[in-house]
Design a protein around this ligand. Structure first.
Ligand SMILES: NC(=O)c1ccc[n+]([C@@H]2O[C@H](COP(=O)([O-])OP(=O)(O)OC[C@H]3O[C@@H](n4cnc5c(N)ncnc54)[C@H](O)[C@@H]3O)[C@@H](O)[C@H]2O)c1
Length: 253
């Protein structure tokens, strides 16, 4: 059990990658607070974890609201007495180019994808400092590393997550806080299912997504959760300020 006696707070835990993190972290011994703006989905995750013998509470949290993010950290602390791991995972997509992206959409995506990470760090760091350390795992994307057509603000937002990860990592490295991010390629989560459903030809669109990844398939939420577990665990004790790329070779060619 790699996370025995650890406490993890995970945002976006009602679906996809965040849900897989909650299930895996609990299986590895962590007590989990599963947060999501969709409270019913967070509750569903908590029930799945509990049914599998783990410990998990659900909380409705909109990660763009400072008071709600603060309350999430306080709840984790009051429920379990400490917070060892924060996964800033909640995020939304966008499918516009820089001309088609309206200012409201720009603000919305940057707020959900970037401000949320700032807020999570802002409120969890004091707790981690007072307990002598902790681990933050942010979910960025390969979109923060390469340009992707029709993903203007999404690419910008994930690039910002990678940059903020580095900054927070160097700020608190001497106080025992490690901060890293995940850079997944395309992962077969409900999000991608929704994206494909909006296209004229979902089968062809799916093939297009697969073709970007030399490995010849999409990733799974469980594969991303396994990387999050690695970064969150003591196995990654020498790793801070980096992005772990999980993209089936997308950025290698
Ligand atoms: N699926 C992919 O291909 C892929 C690739 C790279 C990175 N990512 C990143 O992984 C993360 C999770 O994506 P996923 O694929 O699991 O998507 P998903 O849509 O399946 O799950 C995202 C969850 O985040 C929640 N959420 C959205 N806005 C929120 C808010 N304001 N407050 C709290 N919760 C909110 C949603 O309700 C949902 O439960 C995102 O940050 C995404 O950018 C996904």
């Amino acid at each position: 059990m790699k996370l025995q006696d650890r406490v993890a707070v995970i945002t976006g835990a009602g679906s996809g990658i965040g849900q897989a993190m909650a299930l895996l972290f609990a299986r590895e011994g962590a007590r989990v607070l599963a947060a999501d703006v969709n409270g019913g989905a967070a509750e569903e995750t908590a029930q799945q974890v509990t049914a599998a013998g783990g410990t998990c509470q659900a909380m409705t949290v909109d990660v763009i609201q400072p008071d709600q993010v603060k309350a999430m950290i306080e709840r984790g602390q009051s429920l379990y007495g400490r917070i060892d791991i924060l996964c800033n995972n909640a995020g939304i997509g966008s499918t516009t180019d820089v001309v088609g992206c309206e200012p409201d959409e720009w603000d919305r995506v940057m707020t959900v994808n970037v401000k949320s990470v700032y807020l999570g760090c802002k409120y969890v760091v004091p707790h981690m400092l007072s307990q002598g350390g902790g681990v933050i795992v942010n979910t960025a994307s390969v979109a923060g590393m390469v340009g992707i057509v029709k993903r203007a603000v999404y690419c910008a937002s994930k690039g910002a997550v990678i940059a903020l990860t580095r900054q927070v990592a160097v700020e608190y490295v001497e106080q025992g806080i490690r901060v890293n991010c995940l850079c997944p390629g395309t992962v077969d989560s409900p999000w991608v299912g929704r994206l494909l459903a909006e296209t004229d030809d979902p089968v062809a669109a799916r093939q297009g997504l697969v073709a970007r990844q030399p490995i010849g398939r999409l990733g799974t939420p469980e594969e991303i959760a396994a990387a999050a577990l690695y970064l969150a665990s003591d196995d990654a004790s020498f790793i801070t300020g980096t992005g772990l790329v999980l993209d089936g070779g997308w950025t290698a060619r």
